[in-house]
Design a protein around this ligand. Structure first.
Ligand SMILES: NC(=O)c1ccc[n+]([C@@H]2O[C@H](COP(=O)([O-])OP(=O)(O)OC[C@H]3O[C@@H](n4cnc5c(N)ncnc54)[C@H](OP(=O)(O)O)[C@@H]3O)[C@@H](O)[C@H]2O)c1
Length: 331
């Protein structure tokens, strides 16, 4: 199979400014946390990447530990880049990676030391066969390393030319303030915060988004579908092959409680009234806040990706619909 990008790829996707930076990100980005590792069907993963790019998704999000096995999402993505995104197409892509979770044995393969962060970035570049990534993240705050040390590592990544921008993920509002101020003093702005945000997980509304707005840092919302729960997939139980059915699943069957499913059923009804799928409504709902630069979805098939991108067809809500959603989420 050879791949020729669609000539119409920039016709429908909106591109949003990331905070007060010069960088535009697609309203919907694709994450490779799951479905792109050594355990997955390579040709299927490849088709999802092709379709994403054809739909105007220019931003692909990775991390050192994505797979499973750790590192294999980066390896597979590197193979796809080499086969299908030759020449100047690299200049049409925003590729991010992260370091912060356990990656290799011993005291230097985890958390936020300068030693780990910069070694990990070198490994990621090698796996993806790239000279640089567009965004390099600290994947989580390290309680035992000064934030200053981790931010100095991010600053070094930019100065060495191995990353164009830097970001942080999973930092709370106060840690975010310290991180952004430290990066500013070093002369490298904090481009973006990657935060878990969905109808079911709203912690960012408690202060983080205000901090990001104040400093002009963008926000990309991960797990917008609560890993598949905010779709019509689990309405009648846990289907075979779904994320919740996998061994060591990140979505636990205990997360799929009766109360949650009752809420999902009501939300699904509301989505149908809006002529949308629940996945589409869940994504559109995140776009109601202009501070969300991009919604970072996952997909295990081209069909899911198509469904998710169709959310762009209806992103407005009436006050009554907003109120109905709030009432359902309070149930
Ligand atoms: N920074 C961090 O700490 C962090 C943590 C987690 C994720 N992330 C990033 O965020 C990205 C997205 O996270 P996520 O995968 O949890 O996002 P998500 O969009 O909430 O969940 C994606 C999963 O939901 C199901 N799904 C997606 N679209 C569907 C549709 N239209 N209909 C039915 N089911 C659908 C699929 O699961 P099935 O396999 O069941 O089909 C898919 O793999 C990751 O790839 C990663 O880049 C970052």
């Amino acid at each position: 199979m050879s791949y020729q990008p669609s000539a119409k790829r920039y016709e429908n996707m909106p591109y949003n400014r990331c905070g007060r930076s010069g960088l535009l990100l697609p309203a919907i980005s694709l994450g490779l946390w799951q479905n792109f590792g050594s355990c997955d069907d390579f040709e299927k993963s490849r088709k999802i990447i092709h379709r994403a790019f054809d739909l105007g998704i220019t931003h692909f999000d990775l991390a050192n530990n994505y797979g499973p096995e750790n590192g294999t999402a980066e390896e597979n993505f590197g193979r796809i880049l080499k086969k299908d995104f030759k020449g100047n197409l690299r200049d049409e892509l925003i590729i991010s990676t992260k370091a912060g979770f356990t990656m290799w044995e011993g005291p230097y393969g985890d958390w936020g030391s300068r030693k780990y962060m910069l070694a990990s970035l070198d490994q990621s570049l090698k796996r993806m066969n790239l000279d640089y990534v567009d965004i390099f993240y600290s994947h989580r705050p390290d309680p035992n390393t000064p934030i200053e040390e981790t931010m100095m590592a991010l600053d070094s990544a930019v100065r060495s030319g191995k990353a164009l921008y830097v970001g942080i993920s999973n930092y709370n509002a106060e840690q975010t303030r310290v991180a952004i101020n430290t990066l500013r003093q070093l002369g490298t702005p904090c481009l973006i915060h990657q935060a878990k945000y969905s109808m079911f997980q709203r912690w960012v509304e408690g202060g983080l988004l205000n901090v990001l707005e104040e400093y002009g840092t963008g926000c990309i919302a991960f797990s917008p579908l609560a890993q598949g729960l905010l779709t019509n997939k689990y309405l009648e139980g846990i289907p075979k092959g779904s994320r919740a059915a996998k061994n060591n699943a990140s979505l636990k069957s205990t997360d799929i409680s009766e109360q949650k499913i009752a809420q999902v059923k009501s939300l699904n009804q509301l989505a149908m009234n809006r002529n949308q799928t629940l996945a589409q409504m869940a994504i559109a709902w995140l776009m109601r806040d202009w501070r969300i630069t991009s919604v970072l979805v996952g997909a295990s098939s081209v069909k899911q990706l198509n469904d998710n991108v169709r959310s762009l067809g209806n992103t407005t809500f009436t006050d009554h619909e907003f109120a109905t959603i709030e009432a359902i989420l309070r149930q």
